[in-house]
Design a protein around this ligand. Structure first.
Ligand code: SAM
Length: 289
């Protein structure tokens, strides 16, 4: 079976996304390297170094060691959160940066939690794991361990014990997550709500690479043929990887997504985005005025 999209409802999409990420959690990191030839690491490094956490005064311009709260949404297995911590603590020598890594899927977060045990103790202490749906950050709970295979790994808001307050975050990041959300405008409104005035929304996501037709056709061949096949061979799961490829195809173009960010109230500078690798991925940024 293959996920047809035109007719799915929001709740069907939500269920699909839940099963996709539960089933890919264990192979996720290896698959990322295979599918992108390791490029995702370069994009992530670039994303983090241009945001320069721990240095640039984001909303509290009181010098290089000012405290910052970074919220990494759809943080999955921790790639962005760990890089943020390393950059802030080790590169910028600012131990006052805290990172909250949040995801709707406990299976992904649990992989992240166990990976985080190899970080320096001071970085582990600055990291917290939270289950939440990006579309409603008023309901969260701290990550709880998965005890049995049968357990529900998708966050159930009726079990929430907390929430992310208004105006509490300096930097909101979301990498390769937002295209999976059922209601992107709702997630953007929540980003706006939780950010402090002067705080930054930053998104790294697959985008459109159609400025160069030849490159684009090679890229399309790779994604539509090779990725589902690699998914089948390496992870034993063709459908999930087919879903991932289709979700990239359906995500709005750079301009359109930039306009959605502006519609949520953010101000953007220049065009509002930066293309990476010819637009295969793009970084969008907005500031809460
Ligand atoms: N940011 C990580 C990275 O760059 O490696 C993980 C990206 S992974 C492709 C996408 C993540 O989005 C998954 O962990 C999935 O559970 C999460 N996700 C999907 N829908 C979500 C939602 N509505 N709210 C929060 N997280 C969501």
């Amino acid at each position: 079976t293959h996920f047809g999209f035109s007719t799915v409802t929001e709740s069907q999409k939500r269920a699909m996304v839940a099963s996709v990420f539960t089933s890919v959690a264990d192979s996720y990191d290896k698959m990322n390297d295979l599918m992108s030839f390791g490029w995702h690491r370069i994009w992530k490094d670039h994303f983090v170094s241009t945001l320069n956490p721990g240095f640039a005064p984001l909303s509290a311009p009181s010098g290089p060691s000012s405290p910052q709260h970074i919220l990494d949404i759809a943080g999955g297995t921790g790639d962005i959160a760990f890089r943020m911590l390393h950059h802030a603590h080790a590169v910028n020598a600012n131990p006052n940066v805290k990172v909250t890594i949040s995801d709707i899927n406990r299976a992904m977060l649990s992989v992240g939690k166990s990976r985080s045990t190899s970080l320096p103790a001071s970085q582990q202490a600055a990291l917290s794991f939270v289950e939440a749906n990006a579309e409603d950050l008023s309901k969260t709970r701290a990550l709880t361990p998965i005890l049995s295979q049968q357990e529900q790994t998708f966050f159930d808001p009726s079990t929430a014990t907390g929430g992310i307050p208004d105006n509490s975050v300096d930097l909101y990041t979301v990498a390769f997550g937002i295209r999976n959300f059922s209601d992107i405008p709702a997630a953007l409104r929540e980003a706006y709500r939780v950010l402090k005035p002067g705080g930054v929304f930053a998104c790294l996501e697959f985008s459109k690479a159609d400025k160069h037709p030849l490159f684009n056709s090679v890229y399309k061949e790779w994604s539509f043929r090779a990725i589902p096949l690699i998914g089948q061979l390496v992870a034993g799961d063709r459908d999930s990887y087919q879903y991932l490829v289709e979700s990239i195809e359906r995500f709005p173009r750079q301009e359109e997504f930039r306009d959605m960010i502006k519609d949520a109230g953010f101000t953007v500078s220049g065009e509002g985005w930066e293309d990476l690798t010819g637009g295969v991925a793009a970084i969008h940024r907005g500031m809460k005025p």
